[in-house]
Write a protein that binds this ligand. Sequence first.
Ligand SMILES: *Cc1c(COP(=O)(O)O)cnc(C)c1O
Length: 450
Amino acid sequence: MKKPYEKPVIFKLKTGFMNKFGGGSYFLKKVRTKIDGVPVDELVERFGSPLFVFSEKRLRNKFRELKNAFTLRYPNVEFSWSYKTNYLDAICAILHSEGETAEVVSEFEYEKARRLGVPGNQIIYNGPYKPLDSLRRAAREGARINIDHFEEIADLEQVADELGTKIKVGIRLNMDTGIKPQWSRFGFNLENGQALDAVKRIAAGGKLELVGLHCHIGTFILEPRAYENEVRKMVQFAYQVEEQFGFKIEYLDIGGGFPSKNRLKGVYLPPDVAVPSIDEFAERVCNALLESLKPGDYPKLILESGRAIVDEAGFLITTVHASKRMPDGRRAYVLDAGVNILFTAFWYHFNVELDREVQGPSEPCILYGPLCMNIDVVDDAVQLPPLPRGTRLILSPVGAYNVTQWMQFIRYRPAVVLIGENGEVDLIREAEDLSDIVRREKLPERLKLQ
Ligand SMILES: *Cc1c(COP(=O)(O)O)cnc(C)c1O
């Protein structure tokens, strides 16, 4: 079919347009009418816009990719789902059905995992703030607890006294793995001797038994070598602790932090080039383990990968509500989804796809969200043709951190659906309405309007 005539246009090019900091705009004119075989139109008709859509097939495939990469290289691996990355019941249930345990960082996440049916001994309890009552419950139910600070050692000793037993614990370490900035606010520092002091303190108390080491070096780490450094330091420390204090380290929990195929702002290369494969991370980690462990020694390797598993399973369908020409000449669109539900828009340039062919010249555009707030920008430089009102954009990957960090601000949170492996669509979280928001409010009698 002959394409309709397009009038030529002239744009002013801004200097520094494409540079190594990735300041440029981009758009590969891509059309997506379906997600996992389900028409975008049909999804919006049934569940409204904006709409989060998760693909069960992608989620399971991604997890299996990670699982295979590690279990083929090391004989004793546990995968623990990082709840804060996405704690929707349906998502957690899928990952638990794949054999993942639960990694939680608050009493709320702990309760959510238990309510879903995860037994306490399948839960890893991390984080800097663990209220005493939650420690009591976790210890009683046999959860793995990774201690963050000295006060928590004392808290757990108190719990051990109450229970009349020794409690097995892990400690979280932070260390220099070559990643800048170094995360040093969680756990005990390795290089300055603080971690060793923590072990001394645990040994002196005599009420806890150190059985694990934990570390989580950061997030969206693009450097497999950092994990190699992490693992070598952890193994060395494990043997030091064994020799000096007689604690046998049963598990090395290396945390999460593997990247997804998302385009980080400021990274010029496309994700397919900039983001190493899971195999590259697995190779580094497992080689480092096998090289530094004593022969026949296979402590459990625990991975708490979040983003790398779920990010690419999530899409957001959003609709063009209006278009504007800005005073500087740039084209802008108002969408029905903004930073209220897309927290990761602050870090990523999402992949943008259209639900239809659109004719006309592409130009750099700004995508604004629906909020009455200046920072509500989904993307400030995406190359798009002139979009008619009602055009749907499909943004991805958005599966990690958005449906946990979203906020009820100005608008209701939208529905979330899951497309099953055989194409059936299930609502996994209803769109909110006024009742969700006012349910907890109390209006004093004297303030009631007549
Ligand atoms: C957030 C977090 C994870 C998951 O991190 P990702 O970057 O999403 O893989 C794992 N472990 C701990 C302790 C965390 O806080």
